[in-house]
Design a protein around this ligand. Structure first.
Ligand SMILES: C[S@@+](CC[C@H](N)C(=O)[O-])C[C@H]1O[C@@H](n2cnc3c(N)ncnc32)[C@H](O)[C@@H]1O
Length: 341
């Protein structure tokens, strides 16, 4: 395997597809890396999962790479070459655990359609921001920009307002669901009350996405001290325990196992096994007389059998949103829009 060539193609592809239209900084940085043998050589020495642009660029920013409005690859290059031992240490010590509260806007129509109250079990929960869908305000508009629904928590509007454009007959609910348990499993659950965690989560947000950084700060302010029961472990082996805890804490509630932007981190074997594992756990709860469902929100190629069940075409590079393995629509990766099939 030619490691150097792999990294080059990886960064070129990231510049042309993922960063284009979303972040001029990352588009220029990734295109610059793809043409820079010296930097490619450094990155090729990292373990494969650590070579991803999101992690490398966040680590470079952590160590001072500037992100002006007219971004310059030279800013990244200088930090990578001059500070490599420190940048490398950060890359190896941390991971891309971007916790995107905006995804709650695209999950909500599915969540709110389930019989409540809900016991949420999020696999790959990161800092757990998506475990609080009842604590945000939501504003849905149609593709022409006309507001079609506005929802607030039971105690009044939240400082965190999630804006989402909806196309198709999405079942927008009249009110937010009642959540009686918030738990899950993550390889590295993040503690929102730690300043270091909050700073790293901020650094993971792409430079131009100031609205997301503001929303993240506001969301951390709302729930930093709210308890969540996220177990440290691998989702392939830890789901049973997370669901058992939910059942014990809220025996009358509907267990909702959900995940967004997580299953891509598994290897191919893990991805193949996941629908069977989660399906068996859901069935076990039902056999025991309880209610349980599985909601997935993942890239189109991550769970191919789920994506193939969609009754409408994928929008751009949107995620596939599914209930119990059946696709119901397509969602922007940060929750900015939802296309219901
Ligand atoms: C990109 S973050 C997404 C966080 C959250 N789901 C969201 O939508 O904001 C992916 C998370 O999955 C976790 N993760 C990755 N592989 C995992 C595994 N095998 N078992 C448990 N958690 C995992 C990571 O630690 C990270 O917190």
């Amino acid at each position: 395997m030619d490691d150097l060539a792999d990294v080059r193609d990886f960064y070129r592809d990231f510049a042309d597809h993922e960063a284009k239209g979303e972040s001029l900084t990352f588009e220029r940085w990734a295109a610059g890396v793809a043409q820079d043998p010296e930097v490619l050589d450094l990155l090729s020495g990292l373990p494969v999962p650590k070579r991803q642009p999101n992690l490398v660029f966040a680590a470079a920013r952590w160590h001072g790479a500037a992100t002006p409005s007219d971004p310059d690859y030279a800013d990244l290059r200088t930090v990578l070459l001059d500070e490599w031992p420190a940048v490398r240490e950060t890359i190896l010590a941390r991971s891309t655990q971007t916790n995107e509260v905006g995804r709650c806007a695209t999950l909500l129509p599915v969540l709110a359609g389930l019989e409540g109250p809900l016991a949420l079990v999020e696999v790959g929960a990161s800092a757990g921001l998506c475990l609080h869908p009842d604590r945000w305000s939501y504003r849905y508009v149609d593709p022409a920009g006309t507001e079609v629904a506005r929802l607030d928590p039971a105690h009044g509007p939240s400082p965190v307002v999630l804006d989402c454009t909806v196309a198709g007959p999405a079942p927008l609910p009249p009110s937010l669901p009642q959540v009686v348990h918030r738990g899950g499993v993550d390889l590295n659950p993040l503690d929102l009350s730690s300043g270091d965690t909050a700073d790293w989560l901020q650094t993971l947000v792409w430079p131009e996405h100031q609205d997301r950084r503001d929303r993240l700060a506001a969301a951390c302010g709302v729930v930093a001290d709210e308890p969540v029961d996220v177990i440290r472990g691998d989702l392939l082996t830890g789901l049973d325990e997370a669901v058992a805890r939910a059942r014990a804490a809220a025996p009358e509630a509907t267990v909702v196992i959900f995940h967004s932007a997580v299953i891509a981190y598994l290897d191919e074997g893990g991805r193949d096994r996941w629908p069977g594992i989660v399906g068996a756990v859901v069935q076990q709860v039902r056999d025991d007389g309880g209610r349980a469902h599985w909601i997935s929100n993942e890239g189109a190629r991550v769970l191919p059998s789920v994506s193939a069940s969609a009754a409408c075409a994928q929008v751009g590079s949107d995620f596939c949103l599914a209930l119990d393995g059946h696709a119901v629509g397509w969602t922007h990766g940060h929750g900015r829009h939802l296309s219901w099939c």
